[in-house]
Design a protein around this ligand. Structure first.
Ligand code: H53
Length: 841
């Protein structure tokens, strides 16, 4: 490599090469140095934010050393790499995670204490990196953690949004959205101003024969936007591997602004170009499980795919291998259909730019890509209008048509004269306007398609992708059940529980091999152990109660049963079922005698989650929860028996407080709608039990932890369609208890009833698509059962221990190994044992 230092001059480098702090003294020295020099502050001017900044910079230095070495090691090893393309990475905070992963949290704790700070206060200064909406984005973050922890050579590719998911405030019971500008001070990103890619939009396609008689296709003119790389280190746990997350930021090609235009007096338009370019990476679309077909979103997708592919191809070309070896060096995983244009872009690079034959190129493309589907909801399946693509990406539209043509020709050969089939599987939907079905394009351009839980993977094979199973055979379609990283979701969020577990199973090795949790089973009846277990849950509840008090002003009793539903607000997730159940409970309490009330288990019901800003029904649900809270929490009759809390601005760092404090959490989607769910796993891993439908990963959680340890209820997915049809003919047998709830709302008990009429009418008059009426009765009965069971604390704690001991399967490490074996065909990189040991100390 031209830019490396000559051999005879390397000694000085080696002598002074940074090695990173190990002791408390060394750590303190680093922190003080950063505060005094990097931040230009002093001990007379050092608040918690400055202490956070100094600590983060000290740990960042430490990570960078291993990061550089990891990248060198991966380059020398010259093996296959994984590229995980995701429009969302919901990372949360980085400092606590970095401290734990490099094994120096205690050093930092002591050091910060010496310097006059509490480590918790310092850690709490950090702004969440919230570049995602919900489950899909958080899954990507867990996968990055696992890929690094398992020493896979892996890169994440995403967008560097200037604004992440909005901050939610509740005003008068309504959600209000505040922009999330998070880049004021972000020590975790490294701008790479030398790593840029020109990305083209619009223009036209020129096909001609060159002087050698060769057919040339070239995409010309249009507009160029520059992608600049920002790199974020991703440390593994207890390993020297630090992988890279590369996020692209957009700016105008002409740099600051167009000087020619500026000098010609067109100041506004000069600045306008720049702003238009910067808009591409400005903001994360705040929809979860909903696609709205906006041009800017398509621009984001292409901008990110084009920059990432250019980068991947550039890296491959340095190895000087033949194109046929590309799939042996590169595995690209598509997180949902958002990056599907990468398939088209690679085909364009290989044919138009590199001159490969169509078939040769297409074979390479297919062997490179894998596609993960995360939803069957029709409103979430991406379709882009043909005129929109035609205008923005004219060459890509032609390639899509060609891909479709070759695909349909294949199908025609295997299933002659089945015109219906051809029109059903066509990548182009013959609607007005025509639409490109991105999921179909993703299937056709990948060698493997997977769902994210067993039920979901079965459903996609029998419903939305049924025809493709016929065409390609069943082997192309698989399942990789989701998982979560136990480092963040147990060790970081619940350090005391993690420590107690380690003391029983012998070491912290369970954080790398979660199946070791099964050793806990032996202590499920151990009196002393159960006491400590229960104490930790109680302490976590006290901490959450303090948070609730601070953020809502409501004081809750930590001895009450904590019932939690935190996730994006969506009709299919059925927060409305939960709140209707609580109104039912409230009415029941009101009707009880004092003796009956004494027998009831006090309950705190906690909601949290954001509604997409344009999702009116979801906002109505938030409003109802808040109004019910106002009434119930101020009713002297009810007291501690019931509190209804809406916690604003649910995000990753709040989840780290909420999850360890739950007794029961709710995963109550209409069967067949929640592809997997991952918070269900987080709650159970922290000793919480769940109430849930037979949906997504609830089913596999039940299989692992035992039917007696899960509160299941409701319609089965195979019965959902029939019921939906029936709703349109008869609703005479409408649930009388639910009707009472509706009447109470209509009486104005929670303020102007018209605010909630759409919510009620959707159920009573418009077919009850999500089966709230059907499942209400079994839901309430199951809640009654929970009340009863919770009274027997001794048995409850045994269940709590048992379920944790059986959660080994749900680590994202298991997922990553499955992807590696069945889709990517890749092995981890060998890391020297001494480096592993160093990383653990
Ligand atoms: O992806 C999670 C699943 C969850 C599913 C979620 C998801 C999004 O967050 C956004 C879009 C989408 O298509 C799916 O709803 O069930 O657990 C990770 O797979």
């Amino acid at each position: 490599v031209e830019s490396s230092i000559p051999e005879h001059m390397r000694e000085a480098w080696r002598k002074f090469s940074a090695s990173g702090f190990k002791t408390t003294d060394e750590f303190e020295k680093e922190v003080v140095k950063h505060i005094e020099t990097t931040l230009a502050r002093s001990l007379f001017n050092c608040d918690e934010l400055a202490a956070y900044s100094g600590t983060a910079l000290a740990f960042r230095d430490r990570l960078v050393i291993d990061w550089n070495k990891t990248q060198q090691r991966q380059t020398f090893a010259d093996q296959k790499r994984i590229y995980y393309l995701s429009l969302e990475f919901l990372m949360g905070r980085a400092l606590d995670n970095a401290m734990l992963n490099v094994g120096l949290k205690n050093v930092a704790k002591d050091g910060l204490a010496d310097l006059g700070f509490r480590i918790e206060d310092v850690v709490n200064q950090e702004h969440d990196a919230a570049l995602g909406n919900g489950g899909l984005g958080r899954l990507a973050a867990c996968f990055l953690d696992s890929m690094a922890s398992l020493n896979y050579a892996a890169w994440g590719y995403g967008l560097r949004y200037r604004y992440g998911i909005f901050k939610q405030e509740i005003e008068n019971g309504y959600q209000v959205e505040i922009p999330d500008y998070w880049l004021d001070f972000n020590p975790w990103e490294f701008p790479r101003h030398d790593v840029t890619v020109d990305v083209q939009f619009y223009g036209w396609v020129n096909k001609y024969t060159d002087e050698n008689g060769k057919q040339v296709t070239s995409w010309q003119d249009g507009e160029v936007v520059v992608a600049t790389a920002y790199d974020v280190p991703v440390p593994g746990y207890g390993t020297p591997t630090v992988n890279n997350l590369r996020l692209w930021s957009s700016k105008a090609a002409s740099g600051e602004f167009d000087f020619a235009k500026f000098n010609a007096g067109e100041y506004e338009s000069a600045v306008g170009d720049q702003q238009r370019a910067e808009t591409i990476s400005a903001v994360l679309y705040p929809n979860d499980n909903l696609e709205r077909g906006k041009e800017l979103r398509l621009k984001q997708q292409y901008f990110w795919c084009a920059a990432s592919l250019y980068d991947i191809v550039r890296r491959f070309k340095k190895t000087k291998r033949k194109w046929s070896e590309f799939p042996d060096q590169v595995a690209i995983q598509l997180n949902d259909t958002h990056p599907t244009l990468a398939i088209v872009e690679l085909q364009r690079i290989l044919t138009d730019l590199e001159g490969l034959e169509w078939d040769v190129a297409w074979d390479i493309v297919g062997r490179t890509f894998g596609y993960t589907n995360h939803t069957v909801l029709p409103e979430a399946l991406e379709k882009w209008s043909v005129p929109l693509i035609q205008n923005l990406l004219p060459r890509h539209l032609q390639i899509i048509y060609d891909i479709n043509l070759f695909f349909l020709q294949q199908v025609e050969k295997r299933f002659p004269k089945d015109r219906e089939l051809l029109s059903r599987v066509s990548i182009i939907e013959e609607s007005q306007p025509k639409m490109v079905r991105m999921a179909y394009l993703a299937i056709v351009g990948s060698h493997k398609v997977n769902g994210v839980a067993e039920l979901h993977s079965d459903l996609i094979k029998t419903t939305i992708f049924k025809d493709f199973v016929r065409i390609y055979g069943p082997d192309k379609f698989g399942n990789v059940t989701n998982g979560i990283t136990p480092r963040r979701w147990l060790h970081q969020a619940n350090p005391r529980l993690s420590e107690l577990i380690a003391s029983k199973v012998g070491s912290y090795e369970f954080l790398k091999d979660l199946t070791l949790l099964n050793k806990l089973e032996a202590f499920a009846d151990d009196k002393e152990f159960k006491k400590e277990w229960a104490e930790i849950k109680y302490a976590n509840k006290v901490r959450l109660a303090q948070h609730i008090q601070k953020s809502t002003g409501v004081s809750v009793n930590p001895k009450a049963l904590f019932d939690v539903q935190v996730k994006r607000i969506h009709e299919y997730k059925r927060q409305q079922l939960n709140i209707f159940g609580l109104i039912h409970r409230y009415l029941a309490i009101k009707g009880m005698s004092p003796e009956e009330r004494k027998k009831l288990a006090p309950r705190v019901s906690i909601f949290g989650g954001k509604a997409a800003p344009g999702y009116w029904m979801a906002k109505t649900i938030i409003h109802l929860v808040n109004k019910v809270g106002e009434v119930v929490n101020n009713d002297k009759d009810v007291g501690d028996l019931l509190k209804v809390i809406f916690l604003e601005d649910y995000n990753v760092s709040k989840a780290e407080i909420i999850v360890p404090a739950s007794d029961i959490s709710e995963h109550i989607s209409t069967a067949g709608t929640e592809a997997s769910g991952t918070s269900n796993m987080k709650f159970v891993l922290n000793g919480g039990l769940i109430i849930g439908t037979l949906d997504g990963a609830n089913i596999e959680i039940t299989r692992e932890v035992g039917e007696d340890n899960v509160y299941l209820f409701g319609t089965l997915s195979e019965d959902v369609e029939d019921l939906r049809h029936k709703h349109f003919y008869s609703k005479t047998d409408f649930n009388p208890e639910l009707k009472k709830v509706f009447d109470f709302i209509k009486s104005g008990a929670f303020g102007d009833q018209s605010a909630f009429s759409a919510l009620i009418n959707g159920i009573v008059d418009h077919g009850d698509y999500y089966l709230v009426g059907d499942d209400f009765d079994s839901y309430c009965k199951t809640q009654d059962l929970i009340d009863e069971d919770y009274k027997d604390q001794d048995a409850w704690v045994t269940k709590s221990i048992q379920v944790v001991s059986r959660m080994g399967y749900f680590t994202s490490d298991r997922c990553i190994n499955e992807y590696a074996d069945t889709i990517w065909n890749i092995e981890p990189l060998q890391v020297k044992e001494e480096d592993e040991v160093r990383a653990r100390t």
